[in-house]
Design a protein around this ligand. Structure first.
Ligand code: PRP
Length: 177
């Protein structure tokens, strides 16, 4: 982004993001062709990645969103996550692809995948653009992973700092001044 504030340090630029999205979309297209998958984005962070990803997948599919309660990663526990906005379609027999911007502790995606599996889908898989493996507290399999990232405060491409910077086209490290 032009005129980036000094608190932002480029980590993954838009070119690298685009190449990563393309690679993930090719894998997903290969695996889901003919299955009419349902991509489920977790609001809000996934919205930019999901928009780019589904346009690159280029097979018939559907898109929906969920929103989960958030207490901030530090204080979140699996038992305290609740669904604020649920899907409004049946998952019975559907191939569901959860789409996430980042897997940090893994609590959000672990909760959601288990929640969706109770709705009799044919399959539930997880695609995440980024992952911070050093922060994991629950074991979660990421079926389609873009990039592993360091344990830094990241913003941009959907990721925020107090709701700022979600619209940055690049992923940057937020450095407190
Ligand atoms: C972020 C991110 C993931 C989650 C990952 O969402 O978008 O959904 O945290 O963290 P975890 O692996 O430790 O559970 P956040 O709760 O900040 O809400 P947002 O998507 O609205 O930004």
């Amino acid at each position: 982004m032009n005129n980036s504030p000094s608190e932002l340090k480029m980590l993954i630029d838009r070119k690298q993001i685009a190449a990563t999205v393309k690679k993930l979309a090719e894998e997903i297209r290969r695996d889901y062709d003919g299955l009419n998958p349902l991509a489920v984005g977790i609001l809000k962070g996934s919205f930019v990645f999901l928009a780019d990803l589904v346009r690159a997948i280029e097979i018939p599919m559907q898109v929906d969103f969920v929103k989960l309660s958030s207490y901030g990663s530090g204080t979140r526990s699996a038992g305290r996550i609740t669904v604020l906005l649920d899907l409004n379609c049946s998952l019975e027999g559907r191939h569901v692809l959860v789409v996430e911007d980042i897997v940090d502790t893994g609590l959000t995606t672990s909760f959601l995948c288990n929640y969706l599996k109770q709705k009799s889908p044919a399959s539930v898989r997880l695609c995440s653009l980024t992952s911070k493996p050093s922060r994991r507290v629950v074991d979660i399999k990421i079926d389609y992973l873009g990039l592993e990232v360091p344990d830094k405060f990241l913003v941009g491409y959907g990721l925020d700092c107090a709701e700022k910077y979600r619209n940055l086209p690049d992923i940057c490290e937020f450095q407190e001044e």
